[in-house]
Design a protein around this ligand. Sequence first.
Ligand SMILES: *Cc1c(COP(=O)(O)O)cnc(C)c1O
Length: 384
Amino acid sequence: MSVFPTYNRFPLTIESGEGTAVTDNEGNQYLDFVSGIAVCNLGHRPPAVEEAVKEQLGKVWHVSNLYEIPLQQEAAKLLTGVTNLDYAFFCNSGAEANEAAIKLARKHTGKEKILTFKQSFHGRTFATMSATGQEKVHQGFGTLLPTFEYLPYNDAEEVSQIHDQDIAAIMVEVIQGEGGVIEGTELFLQAVQNKCKELGALLIIDEVQTGIGRTGKPFGYQHYELDPDIVTSAKGLGSGFPVGAMLGKAEFAETFTAGSHGSTFGGNPLASAAVKATLQTIFPQQFLQSVQEKSDYLNELLESKLLPLEGVKEIRGRGLMIGIEVDQEAIHFIHKLRGKGLLAVLAGPHVIRLLPPLNVTIEELDKAASILEGVLQLEKANHS
Ligand SMILES: *Cc1c(COP(=O)(O)O)cnc(C)c1O
């Protein structure tokens, strides 16, 4: 083995995929309710994106940001067109999008501190690791960037008690993904926004996981009365093509000027082709409406089948980002579900997270719910 063992990999090799279905190297089929961790939001190899990337493959792949890239402008327009934001900066991952947001906030405000929340996840670079409110992510790396502080999530009272004037930004997820699929409350998020206004700090919303239709709206913050200064995106943005973006208000064009930030790969023609085709498919209202309908359908199904089971404590989430909290280590269930043909992922030790493609079919939702019921029921039988 020649790859650093930084991942705890499951013993599964996926060889091919189409839509929600994937096939492993022994010919076994699975329903993929992980979607590469909220990346393949249109399932595997969505035809519109495949076609757009193929077409671009035959023209030019990469030119660098020394030159004009019309497709990058078009991708940016699609993002700003559905948000309250005016400009996009393209990079290659969620961490890089957050890194750009942190740099921009500090440069624009001339202030240093960034507040984030406990159990948050913002990435693995030095700044975004420092922004991440999880001890286990920091371990072994020595002194973090000193300008990050973590507050308890969903605690409006704590937020309202901040009086420090040296705060550049507050960075928050509207649903904590890695932290356990925890929805932010309207009260809490309003308190965060009000505090930003009061202190002249920027409101940065990390939509790396909640964005690109995952919650039934283009971005998760749109379920709330929020007006963020900066929104970051990645994961689902390119349907599996590695790409990230930071969106910001027009006033920041005077901060992010030529030479102040950059990326060699960011928004190259291939990535931009993938982004454009992805957004053109997901952002139309009709598609988002169908996500909401599937979400309602799945939630009803899970609540009727799973909530009565002894070991199931709570089902939560928004759109097609769902967490099932169980009363024991959820990893056992992840393994059993895979054995029955359903791929799911953890969100913290006690939560089974479901992230099906947004174009999952009703039949696939039915099948997944039955597998979940079987596995979670079996567990109860084993214990009694
Ligand atoms: C996955 C994730 C990131 C990090 O994205 P990478 O592409 O792995 O760098 C940041 N923030 C949130 C909310 C995420 O879910």
